[in-house]
Every structure is written in structure tokens, then in C-alpha cells.
Design a protein around this ligand. Structure first.
Ligand code: SAM
Length: 243
């Protein structure tokens, strides 16, 4: 039987601990006991583990043996902030598909009230990616960066191949851009940053900013996708190229 996987908050060489809602669930709902077996992720490594102490506040494990881990895809999604419920769906699914990081950014067409609420919402976004990583049996949790203005992210120095998804691009597909990045890369896995616009799309001055800072415009095909669909489709294309 597949063992439940937990992502530990604290660990040392031989033990690991989960706290808060995870511990409460394990203690009250799953009624874990000393001796219960589980997989535990500690510091990016996955272990076969055994419960040694249970309370609704804290569950402690002995780490028995290290298991093979599954590395994240080296891709950070730069996601313009838009309707929270749609965006959160994208966070969950991108995590399942192996994203390494998600950077929520405030774009020109991000609704003002969403931009104002984003800082507070980031805690919930971190919980969503944590739960999704656990549910999809990942060995790490994607980094959820603090919300920031789009221009700061676009201008920041980066060694990654930088791609902006733009529905009006007709020549270069995401697949073409990735094939070129892989051919040019000395390692098999080039790091990628992929930016996805809000519901209203990128403003012309944002397109110019991407262009001036070396981001390459790419297409996901002739149809206009919702931002969350674009995020999932981009992750699927990356996975098919890199895995
Ligand atoms: N500008 C559009 C409008 O309001 O008619 C739609 C923007 S679309 C809903 C949101 C974002 O998804 C875009 O900014 C782009 O990043 C991405 N996107 C959607 N369809 C795409 C496509 N076919 N190719 C590349 N990117 C796409």
C-alpha cells in the first residue's frame, strides 16, 4: 500500500517533526500511533519513517531509510495576479506538474483590490502549494515568492532562459524556444522563467519592458487561453521537453 507522504517542518539527522494542521490531521483524523509508517520529506530528501510520538500539536518520526527523490522541473512561473480562485487553481496544478517556484506579480491590468490584498493572501498560497506538493508526493515544496511589481521581476538579473507567454505571438512557439534553450545549454536542464499575463493580457508598455530586458515572446497556439490554462499548458510543454 502507498504510504502517506508528509513534509516535515523540523528535522535533524535521525528524526523529523510535523506541526500545526498536518499534525492535527494525522493525530485526530488518521489516528496515527507510535509505529505507524509514513514517507517523510525532510530538507528535500524523502525517507521511509516511523511515528514515535503523536499529539494534535506535533507528530515526531524516526527516519528509517532514505528513498529516491524526484527533482522539481527547473521552472519558475511568473504569474500576474488575477482572480484569486482561478489563480489558486493554477498554483495547485503547477505544483502537481513539478514547478520549482511561483512569483506572483502585480501587472498593469491586475485589479487594484487584488493587488492590495495580495500580501495577505500569500500565506494561503504557501499553504496551497504545501498541500499540493504533499498530495502529489513531491520531495520538495515550490518556493512561493512575495508578491512584487512586475517591473522588478522583469528587470532583476537572472541566469535563467526568460520567456513571456503572449497570445499575439505568431512565429515562436514555447516548444521552439525550449528546444533552442536545451540545444544551447551545457547541462540538460536549463533554468526557465515563464511569465503569464492577467485576464486582460499584458499592456503594450509591459510587452516593451519584457522585450527590452531580453524576455522572449512565445505562443501556446492560435487559441486564447485563460491564464490558468496557459500556466498548466506551459508546465505540460516544459515537462514533455525536459523529462
Ligand atoms: N489579452 C487577452 C484578452 O483579454 O483578450 C487574453 C489574455 S489571456 C486570458 C491571459 C494570459 O494567458 C496572456 O497574457 C498570456 O500570457 C497567456 N496566454 C493565453 N493564451 C495564450 C496563447 N495562445 N499563447 C501564449 N500565451 C497565451
Amino acid at each position: 500500500m502507498t504510504r502517506r507522504r508528509w513534509i516535515a517542518e523540523h528535522w535533524d539527522e535521525a528524526t523529523a517533526t510535523i506541526i500545526g494542521a498536518q499534525a492535527e490531521h494525522m493525530a485526530r483524523v488518521l489516528r496515527a500511533q507510535p509505529g505507524t509508517e509514513a514517507d517523510v520529506v525532510a530538507g528535500g530528501h524523502v525517507f521511509h519513517a516511523q511515528v514515535v510520538a503523536v499529539s494534535p500539536k506535533e507528530v515526531r518520526f524516526n527516519l528509517v531509510a532514505e528513498l529516491e527523490a524526484d527533482p522539481a522541473l527547473p521552472v519558475t512561473l511568473v504569474l500576474a495576479i488575477y482572480k484569486f480562485d482561478h489563480m489558486e487553481w493554477a498554483l495547485e496544478k503547477a505544483t502537481e506538474l513539478g514547478v520549482a517556484g511561483i512569483a506572483p506579480v502585480i501587472a498593469k491590468r491586475t485589479e487594484k483590490y487584488l493587488a492590495l490584498a495580495a500580501d495577505k493572501r500569500a500565506e494561503r498560497w504557501r499553504r496551497i502549494v504545501h498541500e499540493s506538493a504533499q498530495q502529489s508526493r513531491r520531495s520538495d515544496v515550490p518556493i512561493l515568492y512575495d508578491p512584487a511589481p512586475l517591473s522588478a521581476r522583469v528587470r532583476a538579473a537572472s541566469a535563467a532562459t526568460r520567456i513571456v507567454l503572449a497570445e499575439q505571438e505568431r512565429t515562436t512557439t514555447l516548444r521552439n524556444a525550449l528546444d533552442e534553450a536545451i540545444a544551447a545549454s551545457e547541462s540538460e536542464m536549463p533554468s526557465l522563467e515563464i511569465a503569464i499575463g492577467p485576464e486582460g493580457g499584458w499592456a503594450p508598455e509591459e510587452e516593451a519592458l519584457f522585450d527590452a530586458n531580453g524576455w522572449r515572446a512565445t505562443s501556446l497556439g492560435p487559441r486564447i487561453l485563460r491564464a490558468e490554462t496557459a500556466a498548466i499548458a506551459a508546465m505540460a510543454v516544459v515537462a514533455s521537453c525536459l523529462e
